[in-house]
Design a protein around this ligand. Structure first.
Ligand code: ZN
Length: 493
């Protein structure tokens, strides 16, 4: 009987995978290719596909299978048990929401993405505002249908990081703010004369593209199982561990931006490419949580990607391929890419001030979902918070509220994953240093060793372990932001 039900469940997973493949392909296409006027059709297709998938996956027959297997969980192997647990959790969450709302929401997100792009191009929040209002309304209603014990925002946070709450995050951010502000002040003083002009030299997009590919190969991204394209906002999307797609963006006078975006997405990509074969094409064949996922992207973007030894080894290759750097001394280059500066744009922020960018978004999301402010208040509040946390003020919506695509994608409660990711990454890096000669590996470009280590400790488990178990598995303790503060202190002071 157990075997028969497992067979039925796997059949269902295959169906769901096929639908998710088609749905994700439309999303991939919308981000990279679809012309502005084509989004409406894409949104319609998404609505229909999602409705069809929900009809097949949320019904009494599926409930019976999941209930039966949950009851029999002691008779299942570890992987099947984890799959059943994950699917049951998702079923119990989704069944409470009217199906037609979920599919309509899918269409709304497509339209909202388009509105965001237009608003961004025209530098005008008013174009995006009505869509954002609807997206927020939908999310509040979804949580109300699902029911919640703490708050609406707590429920959204938990979707990206299991067991994460406003209470825990308030403490986490308070600790970081208290400890980072004095470091930021001293580091700004120390680095104030560092020249960064050469980072804004004009470098042809073709050259940047070639170097992005080179650096991906250098750190072992597998092009047989993945590819690199362009999009307005860089992201990673995977259909399976054998088809992992990442994007970056290129600006003629900001080579560094594409470089570190590529490294960031590569961190996500390596994670997905190296999940255990046994978990592939199952609901647990993906990252443990968004916090753990962002730990890998931030690890490659910053902790390894802005590391001294890493660049000492890589810099000759850069000079060879991008001759604009031929006369730039390595030490000057290293200091320039690490210079702390007050940036209005999160993705261009340095390691020290990055957390402040996340705090701005976290506090605004909290206010929205505690229903204390209106969506139309956001641009002004964004300005105020930026002034408060970074001492600078955006002059327009594009460098303020419109800079991130996340809300247009319906990602509310996602931003804290980046800050958690930084803290996880610092802790993971500290363990790597204890377990092998990381600096030497970075200097020699031995990313095979690094990949093996991360695969063994993190990647291979996919969602088989919880974020808490993963971090304990690597470091022997639970999340501890003190590592992050220590890392920044050591690096900058
Ligand atoms: Zn990321």
């Amino acid at each position: 009987m157990v075997e028969e039900k497992i067979g039925k469940l796997k059949e269902l997973i295959r169906f769901e995978n096929a639908f998710n493949h088609a749905i994700s392909l439309i999303h991939w296409d919308m981000e990279t290719e679809t012309p502005y006027c084509g989004i409406e059709k894409a949104g319609e297709s998404l609505e229909i596909l999602v409705a069809e998938m929900l009809a097949k996956t949320l019904n009494p027959e599926v409930k019976d299978i999941l209930d039966y297997l949950t009851f029999e969980k002691d008779n299942l192997n570890d992987i099947d048990r984890a799959i059943v647990k994950d699917m049951k959790k998702n079923y119990d969450k989704m069944i409470k929401i009217p199906k037609n709302m979920v599919s309509a929401y899918e269409r709304l997100k497509a339209e909202a993405q388009n509105a965001w792009k237009q608003a961004y191009d025209e530098n005008n929040f008013d174009i995006f505002c009505p869509y954002l209002e609807k997206l927020v309304d939908y999310n509040i209603k979804f949580v109300e249908y699902r029911g919640y014990k703490k708050g609406i925002y707590d429920t959204l946070l938990d979707d990206y990081e299991e067991k994460m709450t406003v209470e825990k995050l308030d403490d986490f951010f308070f600790y970081l703010k208290e400890n980072l502000l004095p470091i930021i002040e001293r580091a700004f003083e120390k680095y104030k004369n560092v020249n960064t002009d050469f980072l804004n030299l004009n470098i042809s997009i073709e050259k940047q593209k070639k170097f992005s590919k080179f650096i991906l190969k250098y750190i072992n991204f597998d092009f047989k199982k993945g590819l690199l394209k362009e999009s307005k906002h860089p992201f990673t999307l995977n259909f399976s561990k054998n088809d992992v797609r990442i994007t970056t963006h290129y600006y003629k006078n900001n080579f560094i931006s594409s470089l570190f975006s590529t490294l960031h997405e590569c961190g996500h990509g390596l994670y997905e490419q190296n999940i255990d074969d046994k978990l592939d094409k199952t609901p647990i064949g993906q990252g443990a949580s968004m916090g753990i996922h962002e730990s890998q992207s931030r690890l490659f973007e910053n902790f390894l990607g802005k590391n001294y030894s890493f660049w000492k080894g890589l810099y000759p290759f850069l000079k060879e391929r991008v001759e604009e750097f031929v006369d730039i001394d390595f030490e000057d280059f290293y200091k320039a890419i690490n210079k702390p500066h007050n940036s209005l744009v999160r993705t261009e922020a340095d390691e020290l001030t990055y957390t402040m960018h996340i705090m701005i978004r976290y506090e605004l999301e909290k206010l929205i979902f505690e229903k204390k402010i209106k969506v139309s208040d956001l641009p002004e509040l964004w300005k105020e918070k930026t002034k408060e946390y970074l001492g600078i003020e955006p002059e327009n919506d594009r460098e303020g509220i419109l800079q991130d695509i996340h809300w247009a994608l319906g990602l509310f409660g996602y931003f804290p994953s980046y800050a958690l990711g930084n803290a996880y990454a610092a802790q993971i890096k500290s363990s790597m240093e204890k377990d092998f000669d990381l600096e030497n590996c970075l200097f020699r470009g031995d990313f095979e060793k690094i990949k093996k280590y991360l695969s063994e400790k993190i990647y291979k488990y996919g969602k088989l372990l919880s974020p808490e178990e993963i971090i304990f598995n690597v470091t022997g303790e639970k999340l501890n932001p003190a590592y992050y503060v220590e890392y920044l202190k050591k690096k900058y002071l």
